[in-house]
Design a protein. Structure first.
Length: 135
């Protein structure tokens, strides 16, 4: 369609939309976990047992919610974009394995897998020119 062929000129605007949308949603999901305290962090941190890590669940849980919350903010502004994408991918792989480990199957892990794929693509694309990192 001719009307849609010109949208290629606005790739950086498309990246901005993706960054803002994903960032807002990760803040929305991460902030309550961050405020949940030690008990919440420990519950989240026990997910690392599915990758063979059985120590420091509180630390790993806190790291997970910090990546989710502050990573969402960094996504929005486009600062440290590629490192944040890499941390999000790691976080989401653990989340997907958690869902598989507790028997949710692909249906339960699908959202984490979809987000991990998105961040893997963004890792190669970068933040675009409408970002603090603009390159």
């Amino acid at each position: 369609m001719a009307i849609l062929s010109n949208l290629g000129k606005y790739k950086n605007f498309g990246l901005l939309i993706i960054r803002i949308g994903l960032g807002i949603m990760f803040i929305f999901h991460g902030y309550p976990k961050l405020g949940g305290g030690v008990k919440t962090w420990e519950q989240i941190g026990t997910s690392t047992k599915y990758i063979g890590i059985h120590f420091w669940p509180v630390v790993f849980g806190l790291l997970s919610v910090v990546v989710e919350t502050f990573g969402g903010f960094l996504l929005i502004i486009g600062l440290a974009f590629r490192p944040v994408c890499l941390l999000m991918i790691i976080n989401l792989i653990v989340a997907a394995l958690f869902h598989f480990g507790k028997g949710d199957g692909l249906e339960g892990a699908a959202h984490a897998i979809e987000d991990a794929i998105m961040f893997a693509g963004l890792l190669f694309l970068g933040a675009g020119k409408y970002s603090v990192d603009k390159k």
